[in-house]
Design a protein around this ligand. Structure first.
Ligand SMILES: NC(=O)c1ccc[n+]([C@@H]2O[C@H](COP(=O)([O-])OP(=O)(O)OC[C@H]3O[C@@H](n4cnc5c(N)ncnc54)[C@H](O)[C@@H]3O)[C@@H](O)[C@H]2O)c1
Ligand SMILES: [Zn+2]
Length: 351
């Protein structure tokens, strides 16, 4: 199955996302695969068996979000120069979102930009990170603060790679699928309620539906000046939770799950979501073993954290809220007191 991503207005950066067994790939150019030891151990052999290129190099970065930084970028770029890659050469991102974001960033920098393709190997990167061209790294000021918008030439999504993925990582990917379903597609939400994602065909279908929606949103708003922000549903809260827990207690998708619950509580108070829908979304998250509870220790500090998020432009927080299941509203006019009331319901002490 192939999903095109057709940018509007028309541009030359369109590409295709293929969701299927990884096809044989032939490139008459120098290619460097960027990966990590975990992914390489499980799947590099498969990738190599499908690849025919002029000259092949492999760069491994240690596994983990902690290595998503400028030092790794320097390391990768140095390697690319030592391989004498030229402007026609190509990179392959082979791994989860960490590898994908760094490979894209390096591709955008090396000799002012060379081609790259994405072969995502986590569910989160298959349904979210590999599509849309956001690249980057973290620094001491926060996550993903350094980066570029730089689209891949193609994305190859092979659900078979997920066979080795730990179940917590799998669930974290499902959280991003639920995020998309709640804000954009009631039918997809229903599908996720009854689908058996252990079944390969259903999983493939579920991935394809998420990717189709994301591709459509990105095509309309590549640089996130409008509708692309809807993909941040649950994330305004999730980013604070991740920060408060030092990025160690929760996987990103798990924090998003809790963030969705909090956003829903706000949507409920504003009359955008009824009690039945609130419960349905929570049950779906719990069905996939995602966390839905969090104890806010200090609501003042939690609230102030919203403003450290790079998406809170001009000291205004924009909340992405579901309007029923399958639709959304962007709100930046919500009364401070109402937001704090919602936070208080999550157990916080303070004002
Ligand atoms: N660019 C975007 O639009 C975008 C969107 C969402 C997230 N992200 C970024 O993506 C990152 C998170 O991505 P992630 O959840 O894929 O994390 P990750 O890349 O750290 O992968 C999670 C873990 O799974 C391992 N792994 C990968 N593939 C595997 C496989 N097939 N079998 C077994 N283990 C495997 C990895 O080595 C890692 O330990 C974050 O840095 C986030 O900022 C980017
Ligand atoms: Zn996310």
């Amino acid at each position: 199955m192939t999903i095109p991503i057709l940018f509007q207005p028309k541009s030359s950066i369109d590409y295709e996302i293929t969701i299927d067994e990884l096809p044989c790939l032939r490139f008459d150019k120098k290619v460097a695969i960027i990966t990590n030891p975990t992914v390489a151990k499980f799947h590099l052999e498969t990738l190599l068996s499908k690849l025919e290129v002029k000259e092949l190099h492999i760069v491994e970065i240690p596994d983990g979000e902690a290595y998503k930084n400028m030092e790794s970028i320097e390391f990768i770029l140095d390697k690319l120069f030592s391989f004498k890659l030229d402007r026609k050469s190509m990179l392959i991102a082979f791994g989860g979102g960490v590898i994908g974001d760094m490979t894209g960033f390096c591709a955008s920098l090396y000799q002012r930009g060379i081609d790259f393709i994405q072969i995502p190997t986590t569910l989160l990167s298959q349904v979210d990170a590999s599509v849309g061209g956001k690249t980057g790294v973290n620094n001491k000021y926060g996550k993903n603060l350094i980066g570029t918008f730089y689209q891949p030439k193609a994305v190859y999504i092979d659900p078979d790679f997920l066979d080795t993925l730990p179940s917590r990582e799998f669930a974290a990917g499902v959280a991003e699928m639920i995020k998309i379903a709640v804000t954009f597609d009631a039918d997809y939400f229903k599908y996720l309620q009854s689908a058996d994602l252990g079944d390969k065909e259903m999983l493939k279908d579920a991935i394809a539906r998420a990717v189709t929606i994301k591709a459509d949103v990105v095509a309309k708003d590549e640089k996130e000046s409008g509708i692309r922000a809807v993909l941040n549903y649950g994330h305004t809260f999730a980013h604070v939770i991740e920060n408060e827990t030092n990025y160690s207690r929760y996987l990103h998708g798990e924090a998003v799950s809790i963030g969705i619950i909090m956003a829903n509580a706000l949507a409920y108070k504003l009359g955008l979501l009824d009690e039945h829908a609130v419960k349905q979304i929570q049950s779906l998250l719990e069905h996939y073993d995602l966390p839905t509870e969090y104890m806010i220790e200090d609501i003042e500090s939690f609230y102030e954290h919203f403003f450290l998020d790079k998406k809170s432009a001009n000291d205004k927080i924009t909340f992405v809220l579901p309007k029923g299941i399958g639709d959304f509203e962007l709100r930046s006019d919500i009364d401070k007191k109402l937001i704090k009331d919602v936070l208080r319901d999550f157990g916080g002490k303070g004002e």
